[in-house]
Design a protein around this ligand. Structure first.
Ligand SMILES: O=c1ccn([C@@H]2O[C@H](COP(=O)(O)O)[C@@H](O)[C@H]2O)c(=O)[nH]1
Length: 238
């Protein structure tokens, strides 16, 4: 059965393998999954995946957010699938063909997640980027549109904020995974660069399958204590 800690994805947003190993050893058993993003992957390369695998039985999420022509995305996702990770990301943005290529490349070995609208993006950012004001400036509409493309392309789920997760689950069903970054517990109110935030409990209550929470754990005086506290908050709403 899924426990409260299993909802937590901890991003290894760290500059070296040594530091990543320290957090892996500290937090294994307190989180459900480790996420490898651009910083660590560029520094450590694919070898980091085996390091995580050898450390225990946490899941692995490779968050490289692919965004390229379909053939390039297909070939990159094929290589990612060979690494044996649970989830990998591709941007939804404007091309359904790119999402389909990612799903084809993953070949059922890795769950492809479409990144709908980054949680660091606000409605104002969307307008400034030139999207039509009365339609795309409504972030939820844009998230739903991109989630629809991800679902139609055969993605395992999407990345969105906890603010949009409820309508996503209502429309696309329980089996379409919703992963929510932009998580800040009530006791760590620093938004940093995140714009669309919820607490861990709010996101899970609204239907998130996983929450991604980095800095409130990584930068805490006691990262294990922070992870345990977050799991307790989640447990209270399960
Ligand atoms: O929309 C998105 C997609 C991915 N992320 C990633 O999640 C973590 C969040 O870290 P915090 O320290 O908890 O802010 C980070 O690795 C991002 O690359 C996201 O924030 N939003």
């Amino acid at each position: 059965m899924k426990q409260a800690k299993d909802y937590i994805i901890f991003p290894l947003d760290l500059p070296s393998v040594k530091q990543a190993e320290e957090y892996i050893s500290l937090l294994s058993g307190h989180v459900g999954m480790f996420k490898v993003g651009l910083e660590l992957f560029i520094q450590a390369g694919p070898g980091i995946i085996n390091i995580i695998k050898n450390a225990g039985d946490t899941g692995i999420f490779l968050d490289l957010k692919l965004h390229d022509i379909p053939e390039t995305v297909y070939r990159a996702m094929k290589r990612i699938a060979e690494l044996g990770v649970d989830f990998a990301t591709v941007h939804c943005s404007e091309s359904r063909k790119m999402l389909e290529a990612a799903v084809k490349g993953a070949d059922g070995k890795t769950g492809v997640l479409g990144v709908t609208v980054l949680t660091s993006v606000s409605a104002h950012d969307i307008e400034t980027a030139g999207f039509k004001q009365d339609f795309y400036s409504d972030i939820q509409t844009l998230v739903m549109k991109r989630a629809e493309a991800a679902k139609a392309a055969g993605c395992a789920g999407i990345v969105c904020s906890g603010l949009e997760v409820e309508p996503v689950k209502q429309r696309f069903g329980r089996n379409f995974a919703a992963i929510t970054p932009g998580i800040r517990p009530g006791w760590d109110i620093k938004k940093d660069d995140q714009q669309r935030i919820t607490t861990p409990a709010q996101a899970v209550q609204k239907g998130a399958d996983y929450i991604v929470i980095g800095r409130p754990i990584r930068d805490a005086d006691d990262p294990v204590k922070a992870a345990v506290k977050i799991a307790e908050e989640i447990q209270a709403v399960l």
